[in-house]
Design a binder for this molecule. Structure first.
Ligand code: SAM
Length: 453
């Protein structure tokens, strides 16, 4: 694989940062193939037969020997794994160093789409924690929602706001992750387009935007709360200098972290860097800081949300659809769609959601239509769907037909509503009406690629 042609100013920066010998190794790594890695969803993928190399810093992360056509693997659509670059998974080794993950926590992932770090956070947090996963750009917000629905954790809300719109949630969060929009130097190998967008001016623009978001983010933390800041870039303006700036201007204290030397993660001024010649992954920077200031919780007027509590809704029929023992608080949209928040994190939900402007629960349940309940796709993919619902296994070709929303013939499917699965991973709903199978895979999620693996 040829090395990307690097801008001279970037080459000079890296030569200065790494020194001659390491710089040559860095260039060689950029010319080598990009490692392909995925992170498994341990609540869904119980039997993973292949014996792949593990990512050293994440128990569920594995490297694949080559890049498959992920779109044609039904397990991806069922949320059995997430395709994630390995260095980014270092977050899972940072979390237990800075916060007690067994506690119920209020967590915000401020820049979350497409959802790599939010799915990692959801898997790491206790089930009585609440994760707000935010993305400002509308089109990216839809992708984030889709990925979080597929991941299937119920204690997650998605929001679609700019960082400045979180001001009413001052002093509320135990943990905020800011995976900042950046110049993307660490992605030059994976995404050659990132090279074309790079310039010293763009780096300065990114750095200034990051400082604005950092200044808006830090008051959201409780006293002693943790801000994890990361980028996929190398330059000091977006990394170390922003952490130093946060220490001087926002009273955030950097927290020393430690990683086994064999992982190859480099301690830099005020943070930790992955380089592709030292780590089996792409370029990545991460730092954790503690909030030392007290930002009082504000009592501003709540916003009028789309979703409302539906405490008196008679939903006894739900026991057929939801795993026994799971207690839910119901929400309802103006159009009568039902969604839910697990009872175990409902208090957090009540404290936070009234001050969000645009948000949606990940756990949509469905809608009542006359006497029928039309289950939502998110319920099929949720970890709390009832395990005893009728569930028809599909072979690969039929699963791909299902995911393309094509008509199916399933002579063994029971009458009425049922799930379909591929290798035990739920994909969605069908309804069998007198032998005719209605395919309820959502239009917006259907795969358009032809062929099979
Ligand atoms: N955390 C994501 C993941 O692991 O999949 C990747 C996030 S990407 C590096 C940065 C995201 O920040 C982009 O989706 C971008 O749209 C979003 N963003 C840009 N400006 C923002 C702002 N002012 N507030 C919140 N998010 C913003």
């Amino acid at each position: 694989m040829p090395s990307p042609v690097l801008p001279t100013a970037f080459s000079n920066q890296m030569l200065q940062q790494l020194g001659e010998t390491d710089y040559q190794a860095f260039l060689q790594a950029l010319a080598a193939p990009t490692p392909v890695s995925i992170r498994r969803n341990s609540l869904k993928l119980k039997n993973w037969s292949e014996n792949f190399d593990g990512v050293k810093w994440n128990n569920e992360g594995v490297y694949l020997p080559e890049r498959p056509v992920f779109t044609l693997d039904p397990r991806l659509h069922g949320g059995a794994y997430y395709v994630q670059e390995a260095s980014s998974m270092l977050l899972s080794a940072v979390l237990p160093q800075v916060i007690d993950l067994n506690q119920p926590l209020k967590v915000l992932d401020l820049a979350a789409a497409p959802g790599g770090k939010s799915t990692l956070l959801a898997a790491a947090l206790s089930e009585d924690s609440l994760l707000i996963s935010n993305e400002v750009i509308k089109s990216r917000y839809q992708i984030l929602r889709e990925n979080l629905c597929k991941w299937g954790y119920p204690n997650v809300l998605c929001s679609n706001q700019d960082s400045r719109e979180f001001a009413p949630l001052q002093g509320q969060f135990d943990l905020v992750l800011l995976d900042a929009p950046c110049s993307g130097e660490g992605l030059f190998r994976k995404d050659p387009n990132a090279v074309n967008e790079w310039s010293p001016e763009h780096v300065q623009h990114c750095s200034a935007r990051q400082r604005r978001i950092l200044a808006e983010t830090s008051p959201l933390l409780k006293p002693g709360g943790i801000l994890i800041y990361c980028t996929c870039t190398y330059n000091e303006f977006e990394n170390a200098l922003n952490i130093a700036w946060s220490q001087n201007n926002l009273e955030l204290t950097p927290i020393p972290l430690s990683f086994p030397a064999e992982w190859g993660v480099q301690a830099r001024d005020f943070g930790y860097q992955c380089y592709p010649h030292q780590v089996r992954g792409e370029g990545f920077f991460i730092a954790a800081m503690r909030q030392e200031q007290h930002h009082p919780v504000l009592r501003s007027a709540p916003t009028k949300g789309f979703w409302r509590n539906a405490p008196r809704k008679n939903a006894t029929f739900l026991h057929k659809w939801v795993k026994p023992g799971v207690e839910l608080q119901l929400l309802e949209s103006p159009h009568g769609e039902l969604a839910a928040i697990p009872q175990v994190c409902f208090e957090f939900f009540q404290e936070l959601s009234p001050y969000l402007r645009r948000w949606d629960p990940v756990l949509e349940l469905g809608a009542l239509k006359h006497t029928d309940f039309i289950p939502a796709p998110a319920l099929a993919l949720s970890t709390i769907v009832h395990p005893d619902l009728p569930n028809t296994p599909l072979d690969l070709l039929t699963a791909l037909k299902y995911l393309r929303r094509e008509p199916l013939e399933l002579p063994t499917a029971p009458e009425g509503w049922g799930l379909v699965n591929f290798e035990g991973i739920n994909l969605g709903w069908i309804k069998n009406i007198k032998g005719r199978i209605n395919n309820y895979f959502p239009k917006e999620w259907r795969i358009r690629m032809g062929g099979s693996v």
